[in-house]
Design a protein around this ligand. Structure first.
Ligand SMILES: Cc1ncc(COP(=O)(O)O)c(C=O)c1O
Length: 431
């Protein structure tokens, strides 16, 4: 190896040469997130959730009900992120060698092996890696729901343009698990290769029956991918128990991780079937410094999709967000969000003309509630709640639903939900 090749190799990253060396002089262990939370049983429900709320540097005048769009981060997450930025800038070090401390923390949260998880920038990127990375040919078909967010449908429409992959859409059935299975089953043809669902649909918060759909997909030898942008952090689940082949989510929604963070899971038995859509440092052996024949080699786990320089502070932020959820309790967070959603639904249903679009069937809903009224368009209700009352909800224009979506999460309180119901009542009756 001549001097020039040797130096170029070093410039490509820290693989091998610096692996395992902690350049910023901190402990090599992921520090536990120290959340100042009281003992739930000692203080009681209302005081506990007020204490959780106090962990968020949200404007006290703002009633934030748009976690499904963008979730705020708690103080310990923000502090971890900022400290990591400083630590890495202090030595001008990428911090890539710290990822392997955070990966098991995040993988464990999803019931996954650390070899099955890679860090991405958002859910859309994870969905795109699956859509672009599977070996599909012109005329092959993918099934997904017509309520898919552009971050779920766009990656497949892109494959239509690039490779002629055909999308076949079903409308989610808000009334039963079996109804959804039936609608998917009807679309399966000999050309079907992939089924994708939103774990929780973005427009109306339908929780699709992931484990049952996984079974259906595998009975037909199909790849099953979940767009989990709305489920990670909303309620607990285990990806191995669900049985999907891949799952992509955002960090910056229900997990409350820093902006521009995401996680992609690929089941290790099927890892080799997803070729990277972007390749470079960390994808595989470095072609420049290893003798090769010009072909690309790939790391034998999900990290093959983590090409090039990344924000180590963001990755530390995801691990901190996961730890914050564990500190509060994942089941407790899910119950709280759902109880608030139930209280909201009950309140909305008492307001004349309001129609709740989120399923009435308990197993098909969780912590998002979408409603509408024929008296006002979605932008008017959304606008009045926001401008007159400082309630930040999410307008729903998709599929002509003309509705408003409310996300209820761990930093929201029963008192806020009561006030939201009263505000909706005022807005609708004044119309
Ligand atoms: C179901 C679903 N998929 C994908 C996305 C896009 O998320 P991201 O911005 O993290 O790519 C969203 C955002 O709301 C979503 O609801």
């Amino acid at each position: 190896m001549n001097r020039k090749t040797f130096l170029r190799g070093l410039g490509l990253g820290t693989i091998g040469a610096l692996g395992g060396v902690n350049l910023h002089g901190r402990s090599a262990n992921t520090p536990a997130v120290a959340a100042a939370l009281p003992d739930y049983s000692a203080v009681g429900d209302a005081a506990y959730w007020q204490a959780v709320r106090a962990q968020y540097p949200l404007d006290p005048a703002l009633h934030y009900f748009n976690t499904g769009g963008l979730g705020p981060a708690a103080n310990p997450v923000i502090e971890t992120f900022i400290a990591e930025v400083h630590a890495h800038q202090f030595k001008s070090d990428s911090g890539h060698d710290t990822f392997h401390h955070h990966r098991p923390v995040v993988a464990g949260f999803f019931g996954a092996d650390e070899s099955e998880v890679c860090f991405t920038r958002n859910a859309t990127e994870g969905n795109s890696i699956i859509a672009g990375g599977l070996a599909l040919e012109e005329g092959d078909e993918v099934i997904f729901e017509d309520h898919a967010h552009p971050g779920g449908s766009g990656p497949w429409y892109n494959q239509r343009t690039r490779r002629g992959v055909v999308s076949r859409l079903f409308t989610p059935d808000p009334t039963s698990v079996e109804g959804n299975l039936e609608r998917i089953r009807e679309l399966i043809t000999p050309r079907t290769k992939v089924i994708q669902i939103s774990h929780v649909t973005a427009p109306t918060g339908i929780v699709l029956p992931a484990a049952e759909i996984a079974k259906l997909a595998h009975e037909h030898g199909l790849w099953f991918h979940i767009d989990g942008a709305q489920s990670a952090g909303m309620f607990p689940f285990d990806l191995r128990a669900i049985g999907c082949d891949s799952y992509a989510t955002s960090g910056h929604k229900w997990l409350g991780a820093p902006h521009e963070t995401g996680i992609l899971f690929i089941r290790k038995e099927r890892n080799a079937e997803v070729l990277p859509i972007s390749a470079g440092s960390y994808t595989g052996p470095l072609p420049e410094i290893l003798p090769g024949d010009g072909t690309m080699g790939y790391v034998d786990n999900a990290t093959r999709h983590e090409y090039a320089t990344r924000s180590a502070a963001s990755v530390a932020g995801i691990a901190a967000a996961v730890q914050f959820h564990e500190a509060v309790g994942r089941g407790r967070i899910a119950r709280h969000g759902r109880e608030l959603a139930e209280a909201l639904r009950a309140g909305l249903e008492r307001i004349p003309t309001i129609e709740v679009l989120t399923p009435a069937v308990p197993e098909l809903r969780a912590s998002m509630t979408t409603f509408r009224t024929p008296k006002l368009g979605y932008s008017e209700i959304f606008g009045r709640l926001w401008k007159d009352h400082q309630f930040r909800c999410r307008p729903v224009s998709e599929q002509g639903l003309d509705a408003v979506r409310v996300s209820t999460h761990l930093f929201n309180t029963a008192d806020e939900v009561e006030r939201l119901v009263a505000a909706v009542h005022d807005v609708v009756t004044a119309a």
